[in-house]
Every structure is written in C-alpha cells, then in structure tokens.
Design a protein around this ligand. Structure first.
Ligand code: ATP
Length: 250
C-alpha cells in the first residue's frame, strides 16, 4: 500500500451553467478509511461522487482516486466500485445474471464471490428470479454486491442503507466494516447519521459545494459540547437552505 491517499481532490469544481455545485473542493481520504460524506440536499455530494467516479468531468480542478488521475478513466474504473442512489439493474434478468453481467463487463471471473455475497446478503434463494419482482431493498443489496464484485480498492456508496429493513441495513453496515478492515477505502454518502457515527473514521460536511467541517465524528461532536452527536454537528455547521450559489459568488 502506497503513501498516496486513496482520494485527493485539488480545487475540484463543478458548474452547471451559472450554478456552482462543487466549489474548489480540497479533500483527502486515506487508504482503508471510511469517510462519511454528509451535507444537506443539494450540497454537491452526488456531483462530487460523479466526478470522482469519472462519470462527469470537473469544470476545473483535479483529483486522484486509487493513485490515478480521474482524467484517466480506464485506469480509475477497474479500481473503484460505485453504488449510486438508484442502483442500475436489468429487470428482465435474474439477480445472478445481473451480477454475472457486471462481472463480465469488469472482465473478472467472480462466480464464487457472487455466490458468497448472494448468501451473505440473503439473496441466494431469490437469485434465480427476475429482478423485476425484487423489492427496493433487494435491488439495493444486489447493487452493492455488483459494486464489490471485482474487489475494488475504493468503494463509493450513495445512501447504501436507504430503504433497507433493519436486518438488511445491519448486513450492509457489517459489510462496510468488513471491507474496510481488509483495507478497502469507503466513501460513504448518507443522510442517515447514525450509520456514519458507527462506521465513519472521518467525516466531511459539505454545504454549497464547500467543506464546512471535517474530522473524526467524535472530535467534531466534542467541539460543541460533552453530549453533542453528529446530528448536533450537522445542524450547527449547515444552514437550513438547500440552494446552490452562482458563478462569481464566494
Ligand atoms: N445535471 C445538472 N444540471 C443542473 N444542475 C444540477 C445538475 N446536477 C445537480 N445540479 C445541481 O447542483 C447542486 C448539487 O446537486 P447534487 O445532486 O450534487 O447535491 P447532493 O448533495 O447530492 O444532494 P442530495 O442530498 O439531495 O442528493 C443542486 O443545486 C442541483 O440542483
């Protein structure tokens, strides 16, 4: 494992027309860290993740992920996994076929790993059924398995526990802890603060495309007072509006 951070951004910026979604962001995430990426609706989290996963180009600035520039898409994508808020699934295929398809796209032979993960996520029995009949939680779990099938170095997760029942959410949280112990870096965006409180080594809070707080969750809390938790921190450092600034505004 090198000294290069797992993720490093340098003045990363995304504008949509005259609107600034991500404002010259400087962010570093170490190898093996679970980084909780928080922020109000519209803060710029998805825009940041889409740039880091090479799905959209920055307006300006640069970043490296797993030691590779995000401009080198072909070098970044084999090293990362991404679970978007709406996991991409083919409804007419079975769960197993979906995963085999993803593994094929990735160029990996992952049959054993697929079976192990299907079992762990309680999807083994449903794996022969078309995904069209899956619940939201089942699709979410399938998406997470798909994001991990090629054993990525860096895993980007957007709301991985949203819509899951408590047992499924537990499986996802245990999986995050497990892959993190094995050295995988997890970039975890969620509005469910207890998940970050439990799993996050460090937290960054984004507001209007800028980091307004960063540090281990317990340190951020203790700055506010003895009993402060992450929700107190979030409410303290973010404003209640969910808007985006415009070009030229500081
Ligand atoms: N394709 C787009 N075109 C124009 N504006 C966009 C586009 N995508 C995002 N935005 C705007 O950029 C800002 C940041 O959006 P983004 O989706 O990155 O925020 P977010 O933090 O992920 O929000 P949420 O928590 O609601 O998912 C918002 O004001 C949004 O309306």
């Amino acid at each position: 494992m090198s000294d290069t951070p797992a993720i490093a951004t340098d003045s990363l910026r995304k504008e949509y027309g005259t609107a600034v979604a991500v404002r010259d962001l400087d962010l570093t995430v170490s190898h093996g860290e679970v980084f909780g990426f928080l922020g109000p609706n519209g803060a710029g989290k998805t825009s940041t993740i889409r740039m880091l996963t090479t799905l959209q180009e920055p307006t300006s600035g640069t970043a490296t992920v797993a030691g590779e520039s995000i401009q080198r898409r072909e070098r970044v994508t084999p090293r990362i996994g991404y679970l978007p808020e709406e996991p991409p699934v083919y409804p007419e295929l079975t769960g197993r076929e979906n995963l085999q398809y993803v593994a094929g796209l990735r160029g990996v032979a992952a049959d054993d790993r697929i079976e192990t993960l299907l079992e762990r996520f309680g999807l083994a029995e449903a794996a022969n059924r078309a995904v069209a009949g899956y619940s939201k939680g089942m699709k979410q779990k399938l998406g997470l398995i798909g994001a991990m099938v090629h054993e990525p170095e860096v895993l980007f997760l957007d709301e991985p526990t949203a819509g899951l029942d408590p047992r499924a959410a537990r499986t996802v949280k245990d999986t995050i802890a497990d892959v993190s112990e094995r050295g995988v870096t997890v970039f975890l965006s969620t509005h469910i603060l207890p998940v970050v409180e439990e799993l996050g080594d460090r937290v960054g809070v984004l507001q209007d495309g800028q980091l307004v707080a960063e540090g281990p969750p317990e340190d951020l809390g203790s700055r506010l007072g003895e009993d402060a938790d992450l929700e107190d921190v979030f409410l303290n450092v973010t404003r209640s509006r969910a808007s985006v600034g415009t070009v030229g505004e500081q």
